[in-house]
Design a protein around this ligand. Structure first.
Ligand code: IVH
Length: 686
């Protein structure tokens, strides 16, 4: 058995439990990805979670909830765009992952063309890592830009695409009456770094990678925001063309498009011999880091347009082109040491401390080794030269040692037996992959529990972030969640770095948290198996803490979406007298929540509950009344004046005096983009 507070990542119960768990996981990662622009797991892993949830819901229709995240196609509260039907469908490409796959594809092409056709010439070009966009020019003037969408219907992003410097508003002489071109919108690496530097300066979360940032930037409500992101564009194909010139090859097409003023990448080659294609692919892999933009492969196309036509397409992709996907970027660096971090549930995770290395678009200094088995299997040792890559191009990973470079006599690393934080024993429960520090009072666990308790999605206490939790625990101001509600504010005021305003804000945030609904509290307490979705289900079923405390196993199991595993875990947790004492102390501190009133299923998420948001100036996407209505619809208040109680000021153009007052009081000031993010996430900057 895992220790009482151990986190669980694997399904323990039946399909209902797994569905509930998946919903919570998908919701969490969806928010990290879309709302925070900070994905924690590779896209591929996220897709797997969604796919598993969908297949579970398909298999067990009784589990399919109308509000399941499996139905989401965009971020909640996100801007929507008009639909654009693509007259020529925007297809995708089939992928190959090695030279054998590429050769097999080329042989299929030759076979399909038959003996009477000449051997085709290959057009090789880079596969840009951005998002596909279609641009429609009528009589040489840009009239529409659309995303790929599902290939048949995309979104109209004309106003935003028109802000991209590489996208001509009008074409040069000789443009046909209708010319639709397709290409990739991307964010160059220098622009990406500059953007993140600005965000860091402004205290905003940085973006995770250029591709997601490009996609998010093109789907902004306000084109000025898109313009400020400095996106770029490469054209690589035509779509619908009316009365265009006679063209015989892809290469001629690109030359024609370049002549009209469209940006064509210069690394395009027409190659007759397949061995030359292999050389092109190898060169692209070797030089990908010399570029100021990211590529994830090479696209090989049959150059001759008549042969393309003969080859045709499948429902998904053309037969005349293929994407050779470059392997995730790998780099070597020295492994300085292997350390173990302790999570809030005591989970001990080994990670590599690395000499800084630039890989996959960012500098990496640490990489997880996941668990004892993985660390042992990789057998990397402090002092080794190791290969590092980004899994899914997001999370750094140590691939393995470069054995040829291993110094003689280098000692193998062994998993420590003592917790680096508290010195207590590290225990690996039978049958589990994870190892745990079992001391409930381990300072890392104490900090982790309090951090989670105060975090967004849990009790959401503004100003109670990681650093402050560390400080308050070190200073002995808090030891558990109940202490959060009896802080010694006089002592805090006397501490370095705190002024009266920040202490007043902290006090207000803590007071606000007292009124969070029961579901939030249950999630905040980190009861094993109780994620935010299950917490809400339990809250709705039992109404308040007393209802839950006296509930029998059978009552808990009877709650839809809660199976025997969760019920047993909850009963165990409630039965532990330390937890009983914690709940009693929370109650004494005024934390005795009830379940939220059931919501109208069509109502927006109550992201702004407890927040007071003032609106000033002129916004582009909302009238003042609409902005206020959006705030109240999301559960917030929108008074007319800025005061110490104001959570944030949304300032459009010309909102001078209120902005000055907000600044004076330390109230965060948001622009329209910040406002939309706030509506979607309920998260205040800072
Ligand atoms: S040609 C019928 N050329 O890769 C589709 N696509 O994985 C023809 N891409 O949706 C596409 N660079 O967004 C083509 N040089 C290039 C490309 C490219 C990037 C993207 C494109 C496509 C995706 C497929």
């Amino acid at each position: 058995m895992a220790p009482a507070d151990a986190p669980t990542g694997s399904p323990a119960g039946g399909p209902a439990d797994r569905a509930a768990e998946l919903r919570a996981l998908v919701t969490h990662h969806f928010e990290r990805y879309h709302a925070d622009n900070a994905p924690e797991i590779p896209d591929a892993d996220y897709d797997l979670l969604v796919a598993e949830l969908r297949s579970l819901e398909a298999e067990y229709p009784e589990l399919a909830a109308p509000d399941s995240p499996s139905h989401w196609v965009g971020s909640p509260g996100r801007t929507t765009f008009d639909e654009v039907e693509h007259r020529v469908p925007m297809q995708s490409l089939d992928n190959v992952f090695d030279i054998d796959g590429l050769r097999a594809w080329s042989e299929r092409v030759v076979r399909r063309l038959g003996d009477d056709a000449p051997d085709p010439a290959w057009a090789c070009e880079l596969k840009f890592d951005g998002l596909a966009v279609s641009l429609r020019y009528e009589n040489g003037v840009l009239v529409q830009a659309a995303t790929r969408g599902d290939g048949r219907v995309g979104e109209d992003v004309t106003a935003n695409a028109a802000t991209i410097a590489d996208v001509p508003r009008s074409l040069g002489d000789g443009a046909p009456p209708v010319l639709e071109v397709r290409g990739e919108v991307y964010l160059g690496l220098a622009a990406f770094d500059a953007l993140n530097a600005l965000r860091t300066e402004a205290g905003q979360a940085t973006f995770a990678n250029p591709r997601n940032t490009a996609a998010g930037s093109l789907r902004q409500k306000n084109p000025e925001v898109t313009a400020a992101r400095h996106l770029s564009f490469w054209v690589y194909q035509t779509g619908e063309v009316v009365d265009g010139p006679p063209l015989a090859s892809h290469r001629e097409t690109l030359a024609w498009l370049a002549g009209l003023g469209l940006p064509v990448n210069d690394q395009v080659e027409r190659l007759d011999d397949f061995d030359e294609v292999v050389t092109f692919v190898a060169a692209a892999g070797a030089t990908r880091h010399d570029l100021d933009y990211e590529i994830d492969g090479v696209v090989v196309k049959v150059d001759d347009l008549a042969l393309q036509e003969r080859l045709g397409s499948t429902a998904r992709a053309p037969r005349w082109a293929v994407a050779y996907k470059l392997p995730p970027e790998e780099r070597t660096t020295h492994l300085i040491d292997i350390e173990v971090s302790i999570g809030p549930g005591g989970q001990a995770t080994p990670f590599a401390r690395l000499e800084p290395v630039f890989v996959g678009g960012s500098t990496v200094t640490t990489a997880t080794l996941h668990n004892a088995d993985q660390a042992a299997a990789k057998d990397v040792r402090p002092g080794d030269l190791v290969v590092v890559r980004k899994a899914g191009d997001v999370i750094p990973e140590v691939v393995g040692p470069v054995l040829a470079e291993r110094p003689v006599g280098l000692a193998a690393w062994t998993f420590p037996t003592e917790c680096p934080a508290c010195g207590g024993p590290l225990v690996r429960p039978e049958g589990e992959a994870a190892t745990f520090c079992t001391d409930y009072q381990c300072p890392r666990q104490v900090r982790g529990r309090i951090q989670h308790f105060a975090s967004r999605g849990a009790m959401d206490i503004e100003g109670f972030g990681e650093q402050r939790v560390d400080l308050f625990v070190t200073e002995g101001l808090v030891g558990d969640a109940a202490d959060v509600f009896s802080l010694d504010y006089d002592r805090i005021t006397a501490m370095e770095g705190f002024g009266e305003t920040s202490v007043a804000n902290l006090r207000a945030a803590v007071d606000t948290a007292r009124t969070r609904p029961l579901g939030r509290l249950l999630f905040a307490l980190r009861i094993p198996h109780v994620g935010s979705t299950v917490a809400d289900l339990l809250a709705a079923a039992f109404g308040d803490l007393d209802g839950l405390r006296v509930a029998e196993m059978a009552d808990i199991e009877a709650v839809a979406g809660v199976g025997p595993v969760i019920a047993a875990s909850l009963r165990d947790w409630l039965g532990d007298e330390r937890n009983g004492a914690l709940l009693s102390r929370l109650r004494v501190a005024g934390v005795d929540p009830v379940a939220e009133a059931p919501q109208d299923p069509g109502a927006p998420a109550q992201t702004l509950a407890g927040l007071s948001i003032v609106v000033t100036g002129t916004l582009t996407g909302y009238s003042r009344d609409e902005a206020r209505a959006a705030i109240t619809a999301h559960g917030g208040k929108s008074p007319g004046a800025v005061s110490t109680k104001t959570s944030a000021l949304v300032a459009g153009k010309g909102g001078g005096s209120k902005s000055a007052r907000a600044e004076e009081l330390g109230v965060p000031v948001l622009d329209e983009e910040g406002f939309e993010r706030l509506l979607a996430t309920g998260r205040l900057p800072g």
